[in-house]
Design a protein around this ligand. Structure first.
Ligand code: SF4
Length: 290
């Protein structure tokens, strides 16, 4: 008998759970709701919500809409999007994660405090990511975005630095960047750094490494677009070569399960529990047909 376990710490973070709850709650009494950007980076979950009446739109679409209901997802939005929504008489369902809202307020305060004193405001984050756009919007897009340590040469090491991080970046990379700035900055200059990485994501990496090592085979369930999913999959694959990336149940193939006595199912912060449960059922039915 093959044992199949679902990791009880995989799945949506609380920010995404709350955003989906808000969308479902609204759609229980309304026919339509627009979501500005993917509410979660998981195609199957988006399909489910679209079945309830949600429609995903981009920033360009928002310019041409008025008098409709629009949800702002957990990643948050810059002030310019709120201004546009107001101008177009859009009714907002603001599902920005409270952790992100609080970080936006801190970045805004920092910007106000330093905008005229030559201090460089730095965001360690993925350029173009919605959360980073929302954060940089607090600083009138004047912050320097550093995605990887290699980009650190964008900084002027003869001027003070204040550093914040996107909530979903890697802790190890953040610490490496801090060390690099400390050792490169001209002596005597101020350097303040704020570890604003959300532990709901950061703690998953070591947990998943331990989880993946416990099983003969690991089915890692995630949407193809999720950058968090790719990073967590890589971490599982490093400790267990028989880790497979699965985006839908029909991707589970008999050869993946061959000779396994134990199978672990886990996923990203954007993976719904119902999808991991469906993958488990699919694995069980393939095994019983062998
Ligand atoms: S990862 Fe953390 S900060 Fe980001 S949406 Fe989820 S709970 Fe909020």
């Amino acid at each position: 008998m093959v044992r199949i376990d679902i990791d009880d710490r995989s799945g949506f973070c609380t920010g995404v759970v709350k955003a989906i709850d808000k969308a479902e709650d609204f759609l229980s009494s309304h026919d339509n709701l627009y979501s500005l950007g993917d509410i979660v980076h998981n195609g199957s979950e988006i399909e489910r919500l679209e079945g309830l009446g949600m429609k995903t739109i981009g920033r360009e679409d928002l310019k041409h809409l008025s008098n409709v209901d629009v949800l702002f997802r957990a990643h948050g939005e810059p002030p310019s999007t709120y201004a546009l929504a107001k101008a177009n008489n859009i009714r907002l369902i603001d599902a920005t994660c409270p952790v992100v809202s609080s970080l936006q307020r801190r970045v805004r305060k920092e910007y106000e405090a330093h905008k005229d004193d030559g201090t460089q405001l730095v965001i360690f984050g993925k350029a173009g990511h919605a959360e980073v756009i929302g954060l940089n919007g607090q600083a009138e897009n004047s912050a320097i975005v550093i995605e990887h340590l290699e980009d650190a040469d964008k900084l002027d090491y003869t001027r003070p630095v204040v550093l914040y991080s996107q909530t979903t970046k890697s802790l190890d990379e953040f610490r490496a960047l801090v060390d690099h700035i400390k050792s490169t900055l001209q002596p005597g200059l101020a350097f303040e750094y704020h570890d604003t990485i959300c532990r709901q994501v950061a703690n998953r990496l070591p947990h998943l490494r331990r989880f993946a090592a416990l099983y003969d085979v690991v089915l890692f369930v995630s949407g193809a677009k999720s950058s968090n999913g790719k990073a967590l999959f890589d971490a599982c694959h490093q400790v267990n070569e028989r880790t497979y990336f699965v985006t839908a149940i029909d991707e589970v193939q008999p050869h993946m399960l061959a000779d396994a006595a134990t199978i672990g199912i886990c996923g990203a912060t954007s993976t719904p529990l119902w999808l991991m449960q469906a993958v488990k059922k699919q694995a069980e039915s393939l095994l019983s047909a062998q």
